[in-house]
Design a binder for this molecule. Sequence first.
Ligand SMILES: [Zn+2]
Length: 519
Amino acid sequence: MSKDKSEFRKEAMLSRREMIGGATQLGLLAAGSLLAANTVAKNTGGTSSSDRPFPAPSSPTGLPARREFMIRGGALVTMDGNLGTLSAGDVHVRDGTIIAVDQDLSAVAVPTIDARGMIVMPGFVETHWHLWNAIYRNLVTVQGRYLAIKHELAPHHTAVDFGRAVRLAMLEALDAGITTVHDFAHNIVGPDYADAEIEALVASGLRGRFSYGWPTALSNDQVMPLEDIERVQRDWMRQPDRIDGRLSMGFVARGPQYTEPAVYRAEFERARELDLPITIHAGPFARSVSAVRLRDEGFLDETTILVQFQRATAADLDAMLETGAWNSIGALLPHLRGPIESDITNLVRMVNVGVNTCLSIDATPTSTVNMFEVMRSLWHLGVPGGASGHAPVGANVGAHGANVHPASSESLVPITLQQCLEMATIGGARALGLGAATGSLTPGKRADVILVRATDLNMVPAADPHAALVCSGSVANVDTVIADGRVLKHGGRIIGADVETVKREAAESLAAILRRSGS
Ligand SMILES: [Zn+2]
């Protein structure tokens, strides 16, 4: 569609919003598609499209083939600045690319995915996840034991175990509507371990960044092995066919939180030489990470991701704003449960002042693979005055008891539904340098698209699609997942992957790791 037309529509939507107010506008959106869809579901005798499986001929990669198709009749939460949110519309996909997005595209003789009753949106983009230990699920029974378990078991994985863990995690990501994953690989023991992770990433069909890291057992006074990184660049990342055009590479290090300047500088400098973006943990155990110092040392720019940096100082915020560096907030915000309540306030402050913020899953032993939950947690934490909105902005209460303590001269404003959705999609894409490829339903971008059922019990009445996604959405509502133009989940079922084998092998690997460790 033309820009003029989209701007006209945006203006029309805005003027309507101004004229008729929030409540009626919600009705307007709902009337377009989602409420009406209850009738559709009833008339077709089902609540999803599971009775009409999308044909999925296989390709030489073992993944379903990319095809041309039309997604019709869903509420479109495009996350595109020009297109905005449409109460009903269509998305045309061809050869892995979004060809067109509009209210009512003219008929084309291609297969159709019926999206009536669903919210159509870009796949989620997460920005920090330790995939290699995804098989530790449900091992952590005591708070704080995750790190202890990790250090105890990390030396006992084989490369095969790594591949199986990544397969498991990526299948779960797919199931949950996450179409881009940042693999923060912080236990690379040797080349075969890196290869096993990358092979599993490619096999998943999802988009990803593989960030090369250090072996967990390495002493903090030693520089991590750096010699294998160029091989991975040469043999994988510069071979587009081998990675199906879906992988990029980054670099993760222990950074100033765990290592002395001489160590982290040697590592960061190598990453710079190899043109690899740097991601580090930046909280919350000690205020040892300084964005100011990283900027002054030349290690902070718009490609840098600082994970869990909610203890940033005012000067750090300035350095991040100046450079465009990112703060990545982890799933369920587990580290905000620490002793410093002002962490929460600072997180809201960072979003308020415009620090680039993205979201992450982090570690499945302690958090679920659920971007709806990450968005929801963030939204509730970031509501000064509580969800009711009756208390004055900046009051010492947040939704569900979260404490927000702004400085006396400061007036914080709530984190909005739109901001939560942006962080979970286009924000994450930009953080990973993929803003031109994914993160929104924009013609010309790759087709990373999910369909979320708005007719399920936990979603009805789905008055406003943004609120439905952030306040009510769940992984169980993810009906269809399209990654790089391939339909990998449809009607709530994963297509083209042997889920049972992946689950069984993950369990076998964990049992073997526990046996080898003597646990
Ligand atoms: Zn982490």
